[in-house]
Design a protein around this ligand. Structure first.
Ligand SMILES: [Zn+2]
Length: 483
């Protein structure tokens, strides 16, 4: 995981000083979500917590896609006073990127980043890398403009405007609109604006063919999700009218598609009237095709994770390797690791078991480094194998058992209880009681107000690295202090 920084920002409207997280290395394999963030222009964006003024900080960064062996450097013209200063920044970012990579994966392309001075040109390149064509780009741009125009126009004009641009209204436009709805609901200025957006969404759902089709898909999926069984799955599949709905149903219903399910489907085809049979045959073929695709993709995933485990076993720096493959450390990876560990223990291969255990420790460390420190600490305490071990751990980290940490445990316990995770919550309650005994000064003094509304965990201290020098004004007017 590349280091994270925070910039000290001064709001140009109200003068409030606040910290905004800054990301300098965006790695697709570490965080797959970065591609969307680049495309939506939400990289290194700050918003004033007091008045809501916000905008892009326009800071340099590297976008890295290891699978494509591509690294793109965003270096806006105003990021350095002259060519030499800009080259220095480029060099520093490249070093950061290299440092985050395991030695055996460092390759020449890392030293030859393509450089972009505008976000627009960088976004264009990312779209190209993602295989999005020029026409698709233009179309999606027109769709955004159409949504903008509709939101500006009085609602009486919607029928006319929609009729004029019927061809632009597709699933992509709905996806964009739903994204906008979510953004405005989460934003600080939710209100009349979000009402208009929801009204537009509702209007398009009711008044367009694609809107009605999407609504019916949602209805079918909801029906199945409420009572999932082989029977309701089959009923939903028969009701589905488009391939996408069938595909989603097969994906979510995979565990139910056993021999009995297919027997049921065959019986249904046999019982059907002559004019219904062909459609059911086609449906059966589609279900089998989608299922085969999913099985093949699953097998490819197992292969990929096994290869990664092999790399982790052979590398000299397993933590760095794990950090650089963070998005691949999923449940599947841990299942494979766990299975191999069990097998090694069963056949009494001490060496293999130790090696796998070492990888497990490294992987845990890599994952913990991305968490707030309170969370990482809690995770370790929860993994204590016995009460004695827990007490011992707590004694070892006595200084870290601050009132703030105890509040964090209490808040976490509460949210776990809300989610029905009683077992975990009970464990946390025990840990908190023991931590209180061990904590410096015995029972801590807890501000009752703070306890009822605990503050979010503080960002790791090491992440906040900034100095007062190099004050600079960005195009959006936000002042940032560079490291
Ligand atoms: Zn402000």
């Amino acid at each position: 995981m590349p280091p994270r920084y925070a910039a000290a920002v001064t709001c140009p409207s109200c003068g409030t000083r606040f910290q905004a997280p800054v990301q300098q290395i965006l790695d697709v394999r570490v965080e797959p979500d970065v591609t969307n963030r680049v495309l939506s222009g939400s990289v290194n964006v700050a918003r004033c917590p007091s008045c809501g003024t916000g905008g892009a900080l326009n800071l340099p960064f590297i976008y890295h896609d290891p699978a494509k062996e591509i690294s793109l450097l965003y270096l806006p013209v105003d990021s350095g006073a002259d060519m030499a200063a800009r080259q220095k920044i480029a060099g520093r970012l490249t070093r950061q990127l290299m440092d985050a990579m395991p030695p055996e994966e460092k390759k020449g392309y890392l030293l030859q980043s393509e450089t972009f001075i505008t976000m627009e040109s960088l976004i264009k390149r990312v779209l190209e890398l993602e295989g999005v064509s020029e026409e698709e780009m233009t179309r999606s741009q027109s769709q955004r403009e159409l949504v903008g125009t509709l939101l500006q126009a009085p609602q009486e004009r919607w029928p006319e405007l929609v009729a004029d641009s019927e061809a632009l209204i597709d699933e992509g436009l709905f996806a964009f609109l739903e994204y906008v709805v979510q953004m405005t609901q989460a934003g600080p200025q939710a209100g009349s604006n979000s009402e208009t957006i929801e009204a537009l969404h509702e209007y398009l759902v009711q008044q367009t063919d694609i809107g009605r089709a999407l609504a019916s898909r949602a209805e079918i999926l909801r029906g199945f999700a409420e009572a999932p069984s082989a029977e309701s799955l089959l009923a939903a599949l028969i009701e589905a009218t488009d391939d996408e709905t069938i595909s989603v149903l097969v994906r979510s219903g995979m565990p139910l598609m056993d021999y009995g399910f297919f027997q049921r489907l065959v019986a249904r085809i046999e019982d059907a009237a002559a004019d219904e049979k062909p459609a059911l045959e086609v449906l059966r073929r589609k279900i089998l095709d989608v299922r085969d695709e999913i099985v093949a993709a699953g097998e490819a995933n197992v292969r990929d994770r096994s290869v990664l485990l092999g790399k982790l076993l052979s590398t000299e720096d397993a933590v760095r390797m794990a950090s650089s493959h963070l998005s691949e450390l999923d449940d599947l990876f841990f299942t494979i690791l766990g299975t191999q560990l069990q097998e090694a223990q069963k056949r009494g291969d001490q060496q293999a078991a130790e090696d796998l255990q070492r990888v497990a420790t490294a992987v845990n460390r890599a994952m913990e480094s991305t968490m707030p420190p309170e969370m990482a600490l809690t995770r370790r305490l929860m993994a204590a194998p016995s009460d004695e071990a827990l007490m011992e751990q707590l004694q070892g980290i006595r200084k870290l058992l601050t009132p703030r940490f105890l509040q964090f445990l209490e808040a976490l316990e509460g949210s776990m209880r809300e989610q029905g995770q009683e077992e975990g919550a009970d464990r946390l309650m025990q840990i908190r009681a023991k931590a209180q005994q061990v904590a410096p000064g015995g029972a801590p003094q807890v501000d009752p107000q703070a306890a009822s509304a605990p503050a979010p965990p503080a960002p790791p201290a090491k992440d906040v690295q900034h100095s007062a020098d190099g004050l600079e004004r960005t195009p959006s007017g936000l002042i940032i202090a560079r490291r």
